[in-house]
Write a protein that binds this ligand. Structure first.
Ligand code: KG4
Ligand code: ZN
Length: 356
């Protein structure tokens, strides 16, 4: 197998990567879109236009970084769902175009599957991440516990019934007058705060299953802030509320993951991914939890935890290997359309043998 070029454009980052067949990263590039900042969140139309404007030059640049001509590529991959449809169409269109022009296979990658398999990228987890393991995916757009049982074999054990964890961080940051994205700002402010005077609820804690809910917590934060006039929130109060909110999220997530581990006694590893997995308070709680279950805990480095194209390339490599093992053709159908929704449970279908 020759190197593989991968494209990620499902949300607000335009990213490209080239991986050798063994997973060695030959080039990785990412352009974070700044156009959303004034709106305090991702605007799909702005995202799609920015992907379209950036992608051709980014692909060229990524090939230059890897010092490879396009003809050296063995396959082209792109996230084709789930995500914002405009960006997915741009990335998938570019990948298909290259695949046709070069006469190489096109691999459609499920973005969540790519997050789920990142831990298996050689060298990331000491001793390797072998199946089965539990993945906690916590970002601005996703919040779920996934049993990762094999390539194409995933079971969603639970997910958020309202906001994603990162979304809750971003909304609370906004209420506290901090910038976007809010997670890092809340974490920084929480460091100087005393949570004790600002008790907050832990929605769904202790309930069966491992679904998440953050909207009640967000409302409780709004209630704590209500007595303060606009612009008159003392810094000690803001920091205390930030610290209390962060503690509550860490408590909720640790409780839900503990339940997910109960639902998956065969798990050999706990993996966290997504932007919120960067949060130190959360990482500490998850490490303690994993240790109490005699399990290793791993979180890929931040640049591979958040949206990136390396994970897309690696998922494509795992997909191609599995297809080869099963005697299936390497390429996806070029008629395949990007999908805003693409449940992980459907991934097994792609490895079903075609009817004889
Ligand atoms: O994975 P990501 O980069 O993008 C997607 O949403 O797919 O995650 C971004 C989210 C944002 O909501 C951001 O506020 C949150 O991750 N985040 C954090 C931290 N760093 C980023 N949340 C809490 N603590 C952090 N240190
Ligand atoms: Zn993502």
């Amino acid at each position: 197998m020759a190197p593989i070029l991968a494209i990620e454009s499902s949300c607000d980052d335009t990213a490209c990567a080239i991986l050798a067949p063994d997973g060695t990263i030959l080039a990785e590039t990412v352009l974070s879109q700044a156009g959303h900042v004034p709106f305090g969140g991702v605007v799909p139309e702005i995202a799609a236009r920015a992907h379209l404007a950036a992608l051709p030059a980014l692909v060229r640049h990524t090939l230059d970084v890897a010092a490879l001509p396009a003809e050296a590529l063995g396959a082209i991959a792109a996230s084709t769902g789930p995500g914002l449809i405009g960006g997915l169409i741009v990335g998938a269109g570019m990948a298909k175009g290259l695949a046709v022009a070069l006469g190489r296979p096109f691999v459609a990658v499920n973005h969540i599957e790519a997050h789920a398999l990142t831990a298996r990228l050689p060298g990331l987890v000491p001793g390797g991440a072998s199946f089965p393991y539990l993945l906690l995916l916590v970002s601005g757009g996703h919040c779920q516990c996934i049993a990762v049982e094999g390539v194409g074999r995933y079971r969603k054990l639970g997910g958020t019934i309202d906001d994603a964890a990162g979304e809750a961080f971003d909304k609370v940051a906004k209420m506290l007058g901090l910038g976007w994205p809010g997670g890092p700002a809340v974490e920084a402010l929480a460091r100087e705060g005393d949570p004790a005077p600002w008790p907050l609820p832990r929605p769904l804690r202790g309930r069966p299953g491992c679904d998440f809910s953050f909207s009640g917590l967000k409302t409780a934060v709004a209630q704590k802030l209500a007595p303060f006039a606009a612009g008159a929130l003392p810094r000690t109060a803001a920091a205390g509320i930030a610290a209390s909110f962060q503690d509550a999220v860490a408590d909720i997530v640790a409780d839900r993951v503990a339940h997910a581990l109960d639902m998956m006694p065969q798990a050999t590893l706990l993996v966290a991914a997504g932007g919120v997995a960067a949060n130190t308070a959360l990482r500490t709680r998850l490490t303690t939890l994993a240790t109490s279950r005699a399990l290793p805990f791993a979180a890929p480095p931040l640049r591979l935890c958040t949206d990136n194209a390396v994970m897309v390339g690696w998922a494509a490599i795992e997909t191609l290997r599995e297809r080869r093992r099963l005697g299936l053709p390497p390429t996806d159908d070029l008629d395949l359309l990007p999908r805003p929704r693409w449940p992980l449970e459907q991934m097994a279908e792609r490895f079903a043998h075609p009817a004889p």
